[in-house]
Design a binder for this molecule. Structure first.
Ligand SMILES: NC(=O)c1ccc[n+]([C@@H]2O[C@H](COP(=O)([O-])OP(=O)(O)OC[C@H]3O[C@@H](n4cnc5c(N)ncnc54)[C@H](OP(=O)(O)O)[C@@H]3O)[C@@H](O)[C@H]2O)c1
Length: 342
């Protein structure tokens, strides 16, 4: 396993992170026994970074993980969780208010049966709460020893910068991570979010790096997802996001690449993510034990340059304006043969 510092922090995390959104999910996840096997195999395989959220399986994911952690050296692990989604039926049980962040974090600590959360993440932005209030609450959680590092998820690039400024005002050195959807088929974050994270010193952790399983090749040769599968049950969101003739063609091409490398498609898809600028770890999801092996191998897989170049060309991020303006105007204003970068 390869470990990398998370953002501009000293925290070393495995490049493959174990995602636990499947834990306790009765529709398309895994039962307690499978969760145990997955967690054990992940840790035995050198993984130290585990991500959960109070949202997952209505808090069952955190509770299952909390029980499983009892069998392991907790100090050797980096436990990450998130709060933001509604946790009760009243107005204040959601978002990033001081009131909710502290309540949600304390509830997560109890379910996880640990004293400190290594990485506490805002699961999304709150349009109503001032960022100084949210980051002030996060700073208090850190000072009280309940949280070690702070991160965020699903914020726009400009919100990342604002949140990090508020973190510094609150006395937190810096936020250390941003958790975002990123895979070969959806590269939106390259436009503004990755540059914002890089300039602010946040490492990027990718969710759905396999496009919710589409890039594993499990739907190859099918006209539609099989009944009961995750793509069947969550078809409204996942089909328009990931399933079309172009993405199907890419999976076929990737399968040929994987064969050439004597590797699994999953390892190729994750290795591509890990080779992109600013990316620290991939949060791979798994519902079966056998899913894990290629995910762990991906952390050490370097794709040949020609394959990387071809995959980069497949679904490039449309950076749009003002990027295209700068390509032209910037090249004339700052000619590289005339100005040397320091
Ligand atoms: N911050 C956020 O808003 C957010 C949102 C979503 C997820 N997340 C985090 O990201 C993690 C990963 O998300 P994700 O589940 O969407 O990730 P993903 O890696 O894109 O998809 C995981 C799914 O791919 C399939 N798969 C994985 N390995 C496989 C293999 N070797 N062979 C065949 N199929 C394989 C499985 O699908 P089947 O189970 O269908 O077999 C598995 O559940 C979550 O657990 C969670 O921690 C965060």
């Amino acid at each position: 396993m390869i470990y990398q510092q998370l953002g501009r922090s000293g925290l070393l995390v495995s490049r493959t992170c174990l995602g636990t959104m499947t834990f306790g999910n009765q529709a398309w996840g895994c039962d307690a026994d499978e969760c145990r096997q997955l967690t054990n195999a992940f840790i035995e395989g050198g993984g130290n970074f585990i991500d959960t959220a109070d949202l997952y399986a209505n808090t069952a994911s955190e509770s299952i993980l909390g029980t499983l952690l009892q069998d392991h050296d907790r100090d050797a692990l980096v436990i990450a969780t998130k709060g933001w989604f509604p946790q009760a039926n009243h107005a204040n049980a959601r978002g990033l208010s001081r009131r909710h962040i502290i309540t949600a974090c304390e509830a997560s600590l109890k379910r996880l049966k640990i004293d400190t959360i290594d990485l506490y993440q805002f699961h999304g932005p709150d349009p109503y709460t001032p960022l100084d209030e949210s980051l002030g609450a996060m700073a208090d959680l850190i000072r009280s020893g309940k949280v070690r590092y702070a991160g965020l998820s699903n914020f726009h690039g400009w919100q990342v910068v604002q949140a990090n400024e508020a973190a510094k005002r609150a006395g937190i050195t810096s936020l250390i991570s941003g958790q975002y959807m990123y895979n070969l088929l959806r590269r939106d974050i390259e436009r503004d979010i990755v540059p914002a994270c890089q300039s602010e010193g946040l490492g990027v952790i990718c969710w759905s790096p396999l496009a919710s399983g589409f890039l594993s090749g499990k739907y190859r040769g099918r006209e539609a997802p099989p009944p009961g599968s995750r793509f069947d049950q969550m078809g409204k969101v996942l089909l328009p996001r990931f399933w079309n003739e172009h993405t199907i063609a890419l999976v076929e091409r990737m399968a040929a690449m994987a064969k050439e490398l004597n590797e699994h498609l999953v390892a190729v898809a994750l290795a591509w993510c890990l080779a992109q600028p600013g990316i620290t770890s991939v949060i791979a999801g798994a519902s079966k034990l056998h899913h894990l092996e290629p995910q762990l191998r991906a952390a050490e897989l370097n794709l040949p340059e020609a394959m990387l170049a071809e995959l980069n060309q497949a679904f490039p991020c449309d950076r749009g304006y003002p990027d295209d303006w700068f390509q032209v105007a910037g090249a004339n204003t700052f000619p590289p043969e005339y100005i040397r970068q320091a």
